[in-house]
Design a protein around this ligand. Structure first.
Ligand SMILES: NC(=O)C1=CN([C@@H]2O[C@H](COP(=O)(O)OP(=O)(O)OC[C@H]3O[C@@H](n4cnc5c(N)ncnc54)[C@H](O)[C@@H]3O)[C@@H](O)[C@H]2O)C=CC1
Ligand SMILES: CC(=O)C(C)=O
Length: 257
């Protein structure tokens, strides 16, 4: 039987890598779509070594044509597409007065437009499936509560939550679900960079920078990428078939509603 296929953007490191490995363990053939194809290929090779099916695709999510070409390549190589995880994102440290037209365009093109191009490219393929498909978007705890120092980033992640709800309504009649995950403070290169910058801007060290984010975690530990991958596994699998338009907060209890 052909395996179901999941495409994970930004799958070469951090949370995306953990999701790629987890979905492979769940039985998906995975396509690791990343700007960094070399790293993506290393992860794909390791997944194959462990008995999974994986390919790496070079992709810039902010380029609409490139996203459609990437999805086409995945379908040519793996035969179909069932799940798209819009995980790639940029997390610059930008107090509000430092935002420029250039930084605005760059971050919104990757974090927001990238998800829209992904949804458009994926649904073309999902319409060929008997059972629709699943879109899963990366938002953040910073997309639920505005984060100081991350004004630009935080606002894109609010946009992703809105986009998730809108797309869920638009696509529900075609049995396409759209959900999101909102990680908290996860041990990845992005988060270590943010902690470093925030610490440096305050004349303090990286640990101080990390603590400004981590102090409100009820479970009193930073998140592993695998904590997030477990929630994505649920959203990608059949147990979430009746869930759409939702954001799952995987943040160790940073905020309650
Ligand atoms: N690390 C954290 O604490 C949190 C992360 N997130 C979100 O989770 C997602 C993954 O974050 P991390 O793993 O921490 O990031 P990361 O920076 O460690 O890894 C991101 C990956 O995306 C790739 N990438 C960047 N721009 C791309 C583009 N234009 N096209 C294709 N690939 C691109 C990079 O090459 C890299 O492999 C992001 O959307 C991020 O905003 C949300 C909440 C917390
Ligand atoms: C990087 C991120 O999403 C944070 C700090 O919430």
């Amino acid at each position: 039987m052909t395996k179901k296929v999941a495409m994970i953007t930004g799958g070469a490191q951090g949370i995306g890598e953990a999701i790629s490995r987890r979905l492979s363990q769940d039985g998906f053939a995975v396509a690791i779509a990343d700007l960094n194809k070399e790293k993506g290929s290393e992860v794909a090779a390791d997944i194959e070594k462990n008995g999974g099916s994986a390919i790496a695709v070079k992709l810039d999510v902010s380029d609409r044509e490139n996203f459609f070409a990437g999805v086409k390549e995945v379908v040519e190589k793996l035969g179909r597409l069932d799940v798209l995880v819009n995980n790639a994102g940029l997390g610059p440290t930008t107090p509000i007065e430092t935002i420029t037209p250039e930084s605005f365009d760059k971050v919104y093109h990757i974090n927001v437009a990238g998800d829209i191009w992904g949804i458009q490219a994926a649904i073309e393929q999902f319409r060929k499936n008997e059972n629709g498909g699943k879109i899963i978007n990366a938002t953040s705890q910073a997309g639920v509560v505005g984060n100081p120092n991350l004004s630009l980033y935080s606002s894109t992640k609010f946009a992703v939550r809105g986009l998730t709800q809108v797309a869920a309504r638009d696509l529900a009649s075609e049995n396409i679900t759209v959900n999101a995950y909102a990680p908290g403070i996860v041990k990845t290169p992005m988060m270590f960079d943010i902690a470093h910058q925030v610490g440096k801007n305050a004349g303090k060290d990286d640990d101080w920078g990390m603590q400004t984010f981590a102090k409100d975690i009820a479970l009193k530990r930073l998140s592993e990428p695998e904590d997030v991958a477990a929630a994505v596994s649920f959203l990608a699998g059949p147990d979430s078939n009746y869930i759409t338009g939702q954001t799952i907060e995987v943040d160790g209890g940073m905020q309650f509603h």
